[in-house]
Design a protein around this ligand. Structure first.
Ligand code: C5P
Length: 356
């Protein structure tokens, strides 16, 4: 029986970027948040003498070869597990193929989460979450070991892949692949705006590099900036929770209850920014205008918060009520901008409902 898995989108509630590093990457401090919006990934697999993968999608824009992150994930996971298998993966696209929502990275994790029960690494009765649950009775050493190693495998596939092995509200550090669970935001209404404009992430990073050079932002200064930002996020999101000396919240199993809504409402998020806006809005002024429409400042249905997600071009707004979110969709429609109404997805629900 094939295993079907929900593959959720993410937004970035904030994104601080450092100066370019010698390895070609940029240090980041970000807060990822998973959304209810999702694709469906179906996996069937059986052990075989040699590994063979067949990848299909209902959307012709999805690459069905080694360019696909789900493809990379399946091959890498099988290699690391020391297993050869015949695998079929089907990606049913419901999410827009739009930058900033992490859809391709989520597809990679969904392919892995589907592959695991197919290969008998874990039973079909529960999702094999990296975070939050004790290893089930009867797990062998290899399975326990795999549970820790899959985060490294995800990081090899892409910088924003590991976050989908945590889900909910997630602090991302280093190049975005070093992930820590934050206390969940209570589910909030969210509108995702989907402009026709495309944004190239490598170009956005190059524009950021030019900005750093122009403003004289050195590697040392940006390290200090990001360290402070990491501490600020950890304490804002963690509330009364203990934080370690690194400023990162504990990754223990017991998280405080949802408090994010209060956090947004009381304006703590007013200082949270996405650094990409500085370069992406300069290149694509229409996106700045869409952020303004999402905010709806001065209307009774104004957003609690609105921002570019990742390097875009997707943007999002967070709203107190469904009515406020619907009003934002209507404002966007009047401006000729497509949008989707959704909610933020807490970690517990993310894992509970991952397997279909
Ligand atoms: O890790 P991923 O494959 O998603 O990264 C794609 C590209 O984005 C990298 O080659 C790099 O140019 C850029 N990037 C970066 N800093 C990051 C993440 C990505 O410069 N933290």
């Amino acid at each position: 029986m094939p295993t079907a898995v929900r593959s959720h989108a993410k937004i970035n509630l904030g994104l601080g970027i450092g100066a370019p590093r010698p390895d070609g990457f940029h240090a980041l401090v970000t807060v990822y948040q998973t959304l209810e919006l999702h694709d469906t990934v179906t996996v069937s697999a059986r052990p075989a003498r040699a590994t063979a993968l067949s990848l299909t999608s209902n959307d012709p824009r999805v690459p069905t070869d080694q360019r696909n992150t789900a493809w990379k994930m399946v091959f890498l996971a099988l290699e690391k597990l020391g297993v050869t298998a015949e695998v079929e993966v089907h990606i049913e696209k419901r999410l827009p193929v739009q930058g900033g929502l992490g859809a391709g990275s989520a597809n990679a994790v969904a392919a892995l989460v589907g592959l695991e029960p197919e290969l008998g690494i874990v039973g079909k009765d529960h999702a094999f979450s990296t975070f939050g649950r004790k290893a089930p009775e009867g797990w062998g050493a290899q399975q326990r070991d795999w549970r820790a190693r899959r985060l490294e495998v995800a990081a090899q596939v892409g910088s924003d892949v590991p976050l989908f092995l945590i889900g909910g509200t997630v602090l991302g550090l280093d190049r975005g692949q070093e992930v820590y669970p934050l206390p969940d935001l209570e589910s909030i209404w969210c509108v995702v705006a989907l402009p026709e404009t495309g944004v190239s992430t490598p170009q956005a990073f190059r524009d950021w590099d030019a900005l750093c050079a122009a403003e004289g932002l050195t590697a040392e200064a940006s390290t200090d900036k990001l360290k402070m930002l990491s501490r600020a996020y950890a304490s804002a999101f963690a509330g009364t929770q203990q934080t370690g000396s690194s400023g990162v919240v504990s990754t223990g199993d017991d998280l405080a209850g949802p408090q994010g809504f209060a956090l947004v409402r009381t304006g703590i998020m007013s200082w949270i920014e996405n650094d990409f806006e500085r370069v992406v809005f300069a290149q694509h002024p229409s996106l700045r205008e869409i952020k303004r429409i999402l905010f709806g400042t001065g209307t009774p249905e104004a957003a609690l918060y609105a921002s570019l997600s990742g390097s875009g071009s997707a943007l999002f707004g967070l709203y107190q009520t469904r009515g406020d979110a619907e009003a934002a969709c209507a404002r966007l429609q009047s401006a000729g901008v497509q949008s989707q109404l959704t909610k933020t997805l807490p970690r517990t629900v993310y894992w509970r409902e991952m397997l279909l």
